[in-house]
Each structure stands twice: as structure tokens, then as C-alpha cells.
Design a protein around this ligand. Structure first.
Ligand code: CUA
Length: 369
């Protein structure tokens, strides 16, 4: 009984660990592909996996067979016949693995070419920008109707249509500000990954990488940065929202409109705080953030902060809306009060905002639908 205990404990642990993989909230699985590219990648994985299973069974089975057959037994202490230099056998076990590798290589190499192909003419272009530590998305072909802000810009959630090729251009933007030489600061390597949609692709400073993919089914797909990029790498998350083509067109139309002008008194007060320098030289929101044609580009664009598709913020660190769809005002207030306390190392400084200022800014930002 004693001897069995470690085995029982070991098996129980293994069962629990494996069960964790099938948890209902485990949404980031490459084994549940949605869309053509993800399915092709999964098929390739399946093929290589089953070949590997075959090799495993043959090799391990052979070892077990020999262990059993030639084990030491009473009355058979003599060494079995030893074989040296069997040419046929040696040539065989050299050629066979080479053949297996060749079989794996053909679809793998053709898949690499397939993934690197040029996008079709009607592909949707999106520039993905990796900042420390959030993702920005720019739609170069979707022009806004306001100011000189040319393209639709959003953060944290990338909104795309189903059934259309999507061509991503990935660029590393550092921390959003510039260093003393005028170069972007904190230029680090990120990796863009939404497991159900496509494999990982590095986001490199000074280089543009691409991802081509499409989505069959409307829904929200989660992803995250897959390359260690600093303190909050683990909370550099994102969501991809896939809408039916009609809903997508409506979304685009809404995004290209000028942001809402607040009507409520508290939100109006918030707008003034947002647009003007803060008192006592504390800085200004528009140094980094844009709403409409006003503001900077170092932080997330907030023109449509409260659009229902913008479900999370600060690298999807917190949800913008509660489960019942109401604004998550508490989370935004906590963020404004002290970003570093919510997300250690966050590039947004603590502006020592008063509770009145925070209330007004929360009302304003949630009026930007
Ligand atoms: Cu960005 Cu890890």
C-alpha cells in the first residue's frame, strides 16, 4: 500500500493538470482553429503529430520488447548472441528516419510559402503596433472624417469582418514616447499571437512582419504577446472581434464619425479637463491621447473609448464594461487614480488627479461611444 501512494498522488496530479487544459475558459487553443490559415496550420500539426506517435510506438515498443525478451531469468545467465556491424540494418535505420523527415518536410515547406503569399486585392489592411504594454490597431484604408487624423485607430481590440482576407503589418512602437535622440523609446521585440486565428509572429523594431489570415465565425477571440518584452509582458493581451460583413460596415461608419460631444454636465467638465493642461503643471491628457483630431499618439486613441466593441483597456488589463453591459466606472477610476498600482510599470504616469477630476473624466470617457 505504501508503495502505491506516490503513484496514486502522481496520477491524481497529472489528471488535474491535464483537466486544466480543457477548462471552459481556456479560449486560447490552437487546437480549435477558426478560419482558413489556422485550420491549415492545425492540419499540418495533426499530420506531424500522428507520424510522431507512430515513431514513438515503434521505437518505445521495440525497447520494451527487447527489455522483456532478453531480461535476466533463472537458469539463463548466459549472454545472448551479440551482433556487430549489420550493414543492412544500419543502412535501414539511417534511410528510414530520412524518409520520415522528407515526408514531413514537403507539406511544411509548402505551408511556409503558402503563409508568405501576397494578400488578395480586397484584403483588409491593418497595421498592428506593439507598445509597452498594449496593442494599437490602425486601418490605413479607412479614413476618418475629422481633422488630419487619416486612419481609424483603436486599441486593445481589433475589429474585423468575417469571410475576408486580413493582412496585418506588424511594427514595434516602444513605449510610445521618444528618447533624448528623438528615437522611439523602449524599442523591444513583441510577438503577436491569437492562437485560434494564426501562429505567432515577431514584432520587431525597424522591420515590418506580416500575418495573413481570415475568420469564418463571428465572435471574440483572445490573444496575447508571446515574446518577453518587459515588466508587463504577461498582461499585454488583446481581443479580436469578428463581425458579420454588414455589422462590420456599420462599425466602420461609426468609427469614421467625429467623436460624440458630451451633453451631460459632468461629462462636459471631463472634456475640459481632458482637452486643457491640468492645473499646477501636472501635464495634460492630450500629450499622449487623442480624441478626434486633438491629441498625441503615444497612448491609446480614445475617440470611441466606450464603443461596445472596445471591451477592454490597458492591454486588456481590465474590462471596459461589466457583465451586464454597464460601464466599468470603478476600474477606469482606479486606473486614473494610479495606473502603476493597477499595472506595475505602466507608462501612463500618476497625474495626482482629484476625485472630482476622476469622476468627470470617467463620465467623459464613457460618453465617447
Ligand atoms: Cu509585448 Cu511581451
Amino acid at each position: 500500500m505504501r508503495k502505491k501512494l506516490p503513484w496514486v498522488l502522481g496520477l491524481a496530479t497529472l489528471t488535474l493538470v491535464l483537466a486544466a487544459c480543457s477548462a471552459p475558459n481556456a479560449t486560447q487553443s490552437t487546437l480549435k482553429p477558426v478560419g482558413e490559415v489556422a485550420k491549415q496550420q492545425k492540419n499540418l500539426f495533426d499530420m506531424v503529430f500522428w507520424i510522431a506517435v507512430g515513431v514513438f510506438i515503434i521505437v518505445e515498443g521495440g525497447i520494451l520488447l527487447i527489455l522483456f525478451r532478453y531480461r535476466q531469468r533463472k537458469g539463463r545467465e548466459r549472454m545472448p548472441k551479440q551482433t556487430h556491424g549489420n550493414t543492412r540494418l544500419e543502412v535501414g535505420w539511417t534511410i528510414l528516419p530520412a524518409l520520415v523527415l522528407a515526408v514531413v518536410m514537403v507539406p511544411t515547406v509548402s505551408m511556409i510559402w503558402e503563409l508568405a503569399r501576397a494578400p488578395s486585392k480586397d484584403a483588409l489592411n491593418i497595421t498592428v503596433k506593439g507598445y509597452q504594454w498594449w496593442w494599437g490597431f490602425e486601418y490605413p484604408d479607412l479614413v476618418t472624417g475629422f481633422g488630419d487624423q487619416k486612419a481609424v485607430q483603436i486599441a486593445d481590440e481589433m475589429v474585423v469582418p468575417t469571410g475576408r482576407e486580413i493582412y496585418l503589418s506588424l511594427s514595434a512602437e516602444g513605449g510610445g514616447a521618444q528618447d533624448v535622440n528623438g528615437d522611439p523609446d523602449f524599442q523591444v521585440i513583441h510577438s503577436f499571437w491569437v492562437p485560434q486565428l494564426f501562429g505567432k509572429q515577431d514584432v520587431m523594431p525597424g522591420r515590418t512582419n506580416h500575418i495573413l489570415f481570415s475568420i469564418d465565425t463571428p465572435g471574440t477571440y483572445t490573444g496575447q504577446c508571446a515574446e518577453f518584452c518587459g515588466l508587463q509582458h504577461g498582461r499585454m493581451k488583446l481581443r479580436v472581434v469578428a463581425l458579420e460583413p454588414d455589422a462590420w460596415t456599420d462599425w466602420v461608419e461609426h468609427q469614421t464619425l467625429s467623436p460624440q460631444t458630451p451633453t451631460e454636465a459632468l461629462a462636459e467638465k471631463g472634456e475640459q479637463i481632458f482637452l486643457n493642461p491640468l492645473s499646477d503643471d501636472r501635464g495634460s491628457c492630450t500629450a499622449c491621447h487623442s480624441v478626434g483630431d486633438v491629441g498625441g499618439i503615444a497612448g491609446p486613441n480614445l475617440s470611441h473609448f466606450a464603443d461596445p466593441t472596445h471591451g477592454c483597456f490597458a492591454g486588456c488589463n481590465w474590462d471596459t464594461f461589466l457583465a451586464d453591459g454597464s460601464p466599468n466606472e470603478e476600474a477606469l477610476a482606479a486606473w486614473l487614480r494610479d495606473p502603476g498600482a493597477v499595472k506595475q510599470g505602466a507608462k501612463m504616469p500618476n497625474y495626482e488627479l482629484s476625485e472630482d477630476e476622476i469622476d468627470a473624466l470617467v463620465a467623459y470617457l464613457y460618453s465617447l461611444t
